[in-house]
Design a protein. Structure first.
Length: 372
């Protein structure tokens, strides 16, 4: 063996040993990561659950929706006209979409029956989707509306791009899940999951872009009081599932416009590890709440993804599939949010940092200070 090949072989062995040591260290940490029968996680990314094929050829064979605010405005007012009868008239429809009466322009919906999500009602109906892994009965009517709109698709979709960019800097989005009464992250038949808002900057890795596990978050019992919610659940084969109940999920997509989505039969399905939690927030999202959330963005921002708000409103109205009102009109639409989280030590008001977490090496926080 040549000297050079010996060096390469030696480097490979060292790399393998280092990887094994790191894995062993992580496993050892995982054995003690649950302290006082509880473990916490903080939001790092979230977006509406999508199923995408290259170029959208499978789910959107007719292409993506072409009619955004600018395209529709040019069609309606080719010669312009008085501002009150053109620009302001169309902006008024954004705030009062019922006045539109119905869709006026073509809106492309998803084709086919493949989608990600959850079986929310425990049934397999004709209008349900099948997951990419073959699970039937997936309820995700919102995907039918959003799957062919570039605003929602990833990674370039504006709602995905900017919503996630704001998570490290917007305190309103610093949402925590704390799992208590937990003895084992692999299997535990009875656990409690509580939603909190955190007070502290996120712990970032050396890149400054990714949230690292192991940070500490103090619970916000003042501004975050209204979002505290508790769910009963269980862990099976490393997957946390919770019982369904009405709830809310805070999601701010524009500065100075904090908002919480209202969700009927809300539930979590999250794959747990000692360092992360990844999965879905499923449920039936209230139509009016969902539309108000969307219109936190101006028409200017919505135009980047060819999304005209009042046209979109009528699509979610038509596809709403649960919780009828007195007239029989459905008020909620099935969907799921994809949620990624990093492990954190959660400190409650009656605790100190030392009580909240095992002793760890000192770390430097690289995020900005909390801006309430």
């Amino acid at each position: 063996m040549t000297s050079l090949s010996k060096k390469i072989c030696g480097a490979a062995l060292v790399g393998t040993f280092a990887a094994g040591f790191a894995f062993g260290a992580q496993a050892a940490e995982g054995e003690s990561i649950i302290k006082d029968r509880r473990i916490g996680y903080v939001t790092t990314q979230l977006h509406w659950t999508m199923y995408q094929t290259p170029g959208g050829k499978e789910e959107c064979p007719r292409g993506l929706s072409p009619n955004g605010p600018r395209e529709i405005f040019k069609t309606l007012y080719p010669d312009l006209g008085p501002v009150g009868e053109t620009q302001l008239a169309r902006e008024a429809l954004k705030m009062y979409p019922e006045d539109l009466g119905d869709n006026q322009f073509e809106y492309i919906n998803v084709s086919g029956n493949i989608a990600n999500g959850l079986n929310l009602d425990g049934k397999v109906d004709a209008d349900d989707f099948t997951s990419p892994t073959g699970e039937e009965g997936i309820d995700n009517a919102f995907f039918r509306v959003t799957g062919c709109n570039s605003q929602f698709r990833g990674p370039e979709g504006q709602l995905q791009l900017f919503a996630n960019k704001q998570i490290p800097s917007f305190g309103y989005l610093r949402i925590l899940l704390e799992i208590t009464e937990v003895d084992d992250l692999a299997n535990d038949p009875d656990v409690t999951v509580t939603i909190y808002r955190g007070r502290d900057p996120l712990l970032l890795d050396a890149s400054g872009e990714t949230v690292a596990p192991g940070g500490t978050q103090r619970v916000d019992m003042h501004y975050g009081q209204r979002i505290i919610q508790t769910f009963k659940g269980k862990i099976t084969d490393g997957v946390l599932t919770t019982e369904a109940q009405d709830g809310k999920w805070p999601w701010q997509i524009f500065p100075s416009a904090p908002y919480s989505l209202q969700v009927r039969d809300m539930r979590f399905s999250m794959a747990l590890t000692p360092t992360s939690a990844n999965g879905l927030i499923g449920g039936y999202y209230d139509v009016e709440s969902l539309y108000k959330w969307l219109t936190g963005w101006s028409s200017h921002h919505l135009s980047y993804g060819q999304l005209e708000a009042p046209e979109f409103y009528w699509q979610i109205r038509k596809n709403a599939d649960a919780f009828p009102d007195e007239s029989g009109r459905m008020t909620a639409i099935s969907s799921a949010i994809t949620l990624d989280m990093a492990q954190v030590y959660i400190e409650h008001p009656d605790q100190t940092v030392a009580d909240a977490a095992p002793t760890e090496p000192s770390v430097t926080r690289t995020a900005q200070a909390d801006a309430r």
